[in-house]
Design a protein around this ligand. Structure first.
Ligand code: FAD
Length: 482
């Protein structure tokens, strides 16, 4: 009977796991997770913060909980290790007498480089290697324009390149009768020391249930309700109008194929259903982000549009800290930044508002925002985070035009018209009438006093003037045309 090492990575699940199904079909399975502690700075300096050693704090918390769940799901047989997979995977395969190693592919530049090396070294030891697509609907090299070059614009990528090509792979069930290979390691998930030293994780635990079961439940809740009006409600941060599946997807506790087919099934395959069409196209944006990162590996560190290399970003620790702490004096921005810190998540509409505020009103480099999100988001994802930050900065592929500068007051009034979202995360403003909830600085002093708001004391005065900072941003942009 064959013995296959299944290397779990961003696929922390048993269902629809092609590598696992392959291994089970051929014999016994050794389940392994390696926390990659290598410093990738020697291969790519600017990307060093994204190596797993540089996991953001919120992601590290999630990973801990997800691995605990996976260990249970494997009846305690998951072997966890910290170290360099280049060394650990061949060593463990040999130690446990495996004839094969299988994994689902990852697409980050440093991962593909690492995995190629590992594959070569295993083959040299006469160990069979099988790799699979477990994370994307369409792998990046399968979707190209007629001239063989990659798409740079979302709509043709998605509609012509993806939808008009092959149907995505249909999801696989949890394999029957998995025969796990016993392991003898005493090293545990806790030994990886992923949990934050601060009590921050407690707030996250209230909000989330990492693991395959938690992902399944989230999907069901979404299909039973929000999917119907997703196209409208996805923009309203005060309600749960979206699926909240992003961290589960990032860690692969559920596959995008499972979500794709479950959503289509819930609407009987009616692609004209506006909720379904809109939702599937958001999954398409995730594909596009991975696609861009694969074809343009410098995306997390370099402007996609080179003219932005001339952009005169400011250096200002004071405004950056105010933004990070949710103390800018603009309620929708502050609510978003506080939601992020309290829950490890921020609503997509608000991510766009706070992003625009950082790069345009504060004129700070998008990489500051990308890094803060990296540390604090439970769904921090190199592809989606860097593509989205470049989109909002105007420097990315198919990006928002630079002159589209979100006004946090009008955005707040439009998408949080009752102010419920702001009141939840900025409780010091909760007594303000709707008229002033997005602009407390315009409220008459008697109203502020009556509502217990002391600007500059228990809530900040605006750190920039919107009109002046908008003009400053447009002037700065003009310099990139040079
Ligand atoms: P839903 O609305 O339910 O969408 C379903 C899924 O589609 C999401 O789970 C996600 O996987 C994908 N998706 C939705 N919108 C986008 C998008 N614009 N780009 C790429 N994928 C998308 N998403 C991340 O997963 N990780 C990040 O690090 C990340 N950083 C972002 C940074 C900025 C500045 C912005 C503007 C957006 C970022 N996003 C990121 C995209 C988006 O905000 C989140 O995917 C979404 O808010 C997650 O919530 P949800 O699961 O309820 O999404």
């Amino acid at each position: 009977m064959k013995r296959t090492l299944v290397w779990f990575r961003q696929d922390l699940r048993l269902a629809d796991n092609p590598a696992l199904s392959h291994a089970v079909a051929s014999g016994r399975v050794l389940a392994v997770y390696v926390l990659d502690t290598t410093n990738h700075s020697d291969t790519d300096n600017a990307l060093s913060h994204v190596a797993e050693t540089g996991l953001g704090s919120a992601s590290a918390w999630w990973l801990h909980s997800s691995l605990v769940q996976l260990k249970q799901a494997t009846e305690g047989h998951l072997l966890v290790v910290s170290g360099d997979p280049r060394y650990e995977i061949p060593k463990i395969a040999k130690q446990y007498d495996c004839d094969g190693v299988a994994w689902n592919r990852c697409y980050h530049p440093w991962q593909t480089e690492r995995d190629t090396e590992i594959k070569a070294s295993l083959i040299q030891q006469s160990i069979e290697v099988n790799t699979f697509n477990g994370s994307l609907l369409w792998e990046p090299w399968t979707v190209l324009k007629k001239d063989g070059t990659p798409y740079k614009v979302f709509t043709p990528f998605y509609r012509k390149g993806c939808l008009a090509s092959q149907e995505p792979r249909f999801p696989l069930p949890v394999p029957d009768n998995i025969e796990w290979i016993e392991t003898d390691s005493e090293y545990t998930v806790s030994d990886m020391k992923l949990l934050p030293t601060l009590s921050w994780g407690e707030g996250l635990a209230h909000q989330w249930q990492p693991g395959e079961e938690g992902a399944k439940q989230r999907l069901q809740v979404f299909l039973n309700g929000p999917l119907d009006s997703y196209h409208n409600d996805r923009n309203l941060p005060s309600i749960t109008g979206t699926s909240m599946l992003s961290p589960h997807l990032h860690f692969g506790e559920i596959s995008v194929n499972q979500i794709w087919y479950a959503a289509k099934g819930a609407k009987h395959g009616n692609m004209d259903d506006p909720g379904l069409d809109c939702y599937l196209s958001e999954l398409g944006w995730r594909e596009f982000s991975y696609y861009l990162l694969f074809h343009f590996p410098a995306l997390p560190k370099q402007n996609f549009q080179q003219k932005f290399d001339r952009f005169p970003w400011l250096k200002d620790e004071h405004t950056l800290t105010a933004w990070q702490k949710g103390l800018t004096g603009y309620p929708i921005v502050d609510a978003g930044m506080r939601e992020l810190y309290e829950t490890g998540y921020m609503h997509n509409r608000v991510r766009m508002i706070v992003g625009s505020f950082l790069v345009k009103n504060l004129l700070l480099d998008w990489r500051h925002g990308e890094r803060w999100f990296w540390d604090t988001l439970v769904d921090a994802d190199l592809a989606s985070n860097s593509a989205s930050w470049q989109w909002i900065a105007g420097s990315g592929a198919d990006a928002a035009p630079y002159f589209r500068i979100f006004n946090p007051i009008t955005q707040g009034e439009k998408f949080d018209s009752e102010g419920d979202y702001v009141k939840r995360f900025c409780p010091e403003l909760s007594k303000l009438p709707k008229k002033y909830i997005h602009k407390p600085f315009d409220a008459p002093s008697e109203i502020l006093a009556h509502c217990g708001v002391e600007l500059g004391d228990n809530y900040p005065k605006p750190i920039v003037d919107l009109k002046a900072s908008r003009q400053r941003a447009l002037d700065a942009f003009a310099k990139t045309r040079g």
